[in-house]
Write a protein that binds this ligand. Sequence first.
Ligand SMILES: [Mg+2]
Length: 273
Amino acid sequence: MAQRRGDTGHVLDRYRGFLLDIDGVLVRGKEPIPGAAEALAALKGRGRVVLLTNNATRSRQGMAARLAEAGFAVAADEVVPSAYVAARFLRQKHGPVRFWALGEQGLVEEMALAGHVPASPTEAEWVVVGMDRGLTYDKLAQALRALRSGARFLATNRDPTYPTEDGPIPGAGAMVGALVGMGFHPELVMGKPFPEAYRVALEVARVRPEETLMIGDRVETDIRGAQELGMDTALVLSGISTGEDMDRAGIRPTWIARDLASLVRGELHPQQG
Ligand SMILES: [Mg+2]
């Protein structure tokens, strides 16, 4: 079923924009996925490219630096992490807010860059939550204090786990779950599959959903959310989801490809129609 260049053109010619997930598409842990750096460069020659990740531990700058170390040429303004989505959303909807973060440096950085002000748990208007590899009982107690003091609850994302070279580790969903276990539920969730993540990425890429291909490795987040906004989708099998996961979830992406390099070569297998 693979399509190639020829008189019918390249199958990717129909898209002006490409949104790409990072983990499982470009890298696995710190390791680049073979051929992905060249494929990303080729994709940039075809249209607007934005990397959209639920990972809230790094700022745009931090994420671009991490990718540079792995051999990818990416500018900070081509990356949209869920920490940035959260900071931008709060700024647009509520102006600068006082926040307390259950999360890592990248989340605090993006909040501050958007003009939000770090505050003590009792003075915070918002508790913003992301994956936190320095989570402690004391931090949970502070989050509880903030929420009981009336702070509103924003989750950057609810990914249950995060992939590393040594297997999955607890993701932001585990931190959110700890607060849910204390009786508080997020009022807002920013990351994929929720629409705000894609809206910001489309805005940054300056493309419309109907001319954009979302490329990701998780059917239940990357693919599901993009479909709901009317984007075409490509599932790559270089990360979390397998073809069987796709069948089990009952989600049919537009295309399926072995990895990003195959996709850019036009080795896309249609799943719909
Ligand atoms: Mg992924």
